[in-house]
Design a protein around this ligand. Structure first.
Ligand SMILES: [Zn+2]
Length: 230
C-alpha cells in the first residue's frame, strides 16, 4: 500500500535534510580528497548525496548517474526540467510533526510546477528518471578517458561498489581495466572484493572498507628490523 503523501514527504524531508544538506564536512570524503591530491582525476559515483562535491572535489569532475537528492522532478514526467529540492525540504520541515512523522499542512506538499501532478526526488527509481542534468558530466568523463594516450596510466580506485547496482560503478570499472592496457583496478570492498580471473594480474582485491584503507595508508610504516645473524 503506498504511504499517504503527508507521511512519504515527511520521511523524505528528514532524510534529505540529513544526508544531502548537512553542512558539516565529512572527514572520510575529505581524506579521500587529500589522497587524490594533485593527480588528474574524475569521480564516478552511485551516491546521490553530493558528498564528493561537498568535500572538496570539483563538482564538474563528478559524474552522478543515479541522480541527486538536491533535485526533484515530475513523476509523469511532463517536462525534462528538474527543481531545487532545498526550498521544498525547508517548507516540508516547517510543517513536520516528529511525533507522527507526517507533514501537517497539506499546502506544504509538492506538486509539479508545470502540470500540477505528482513529483518525486530526481534519482533513478524507474524509467521516468530524468538524467538530463547528469549526462553532460558522463560525456565529459568519456572524453577525458578517450583523450588519454594509450600508454597513460589509469588507476581505478573503486570503493564499496557491491552488487546493488553493479552496472553503475563496478562493471564499468572492470570494463575499463579490460580495455585500457595501462589501467589498474583497486577494489576496496569488505564483502565483495573479488576481481575477475582475466584481470587478476592488473586488479587488486582489498577486503576492507574505505575507512580502513585510509587508516592503513596513514599509519606510520615501521622501519624493517635489522636481521641479526649470530
Ligand atoms: Zn508535470
Amino acid at each position: 500500500m503506498p504511504l499517504p503523501p503527508a507521511v512519504l514527504w515527511g520521511y523524505w524531508a528528514v532524510h534529505i535534510d540529513d544526508i544531502r544538506y548537512d553542512p558539516a564536512p565529512n572527514p572520510l570524503y575529505q581524506r579521500l580528497r587529500g589522497l587524490v591530491g594533485d593527480m588528474d582525476h574524475w569521480v564516478m559515483t552511485s551516491n546521490v548525496d553530493a558528498l564528493f562535491a561537498r568535500n572538496g572535489f570539483a563538482p564538474d569532475r563528478v559524474f552522478t548517474p543515479q541522480g541527486d537528492y538536491g533535485r526533484y522532478q515530475c513523476t509523469t514526467p511532463c517536462t525534462p526540467e528538474t527543481w531545487d529540492s532545498r526550498p521544498l525540504v525547508e517548507r516540508l520541515l516547517a510543517a513536520y510533526d516528529p511525533a507522527t512523522g507526517a507533514v501537517t499542512d497539506s499546502r506544504a506538499l509538492p506538486h509539479c510546477p508545470n502540470c500540477g501532478g505528482e513529483v518525486e526526488i530526481n534519482v533513478r527509481v524507474g524509467p521516468e528518471f530524468i538524467d538530463a542534468l547528469y549526462r553532460p558530466a558522463g560525456a565529459r568523463l568519456q572524453e577525458w578517458l578517450s583523450a588519454s594516450a594509450s600508454d597513460t596510466r589509469l588507476l581505478i580506485l573503486e570503493l564499496g561498489a557491491g552488487f546493488n547496482t553493479p552496472g553503475v560503478v563496478r562493471w564499468p570499472g572492470e570494463h575499463l581495466t579490460r580495455h585500457l592496457p595501462c589501467a589498474r583496478l583497486i577494489r576496496v570492498n569488505p564483502a565483495h572484493p573479488e576481481v575477475p580471473a582475466d584481470l587478476a594480474d592488473r586488479a587488486l582485491p582489498v577486503p576492507a572498507d574505505a575507512q580502513h584503507l585510509l587508516d592503513a595508508l596513514d599509519a606510520p610504516h615501521p622501519a624493517p628490523k635489522p636481521t641479526v645473524t649470530p
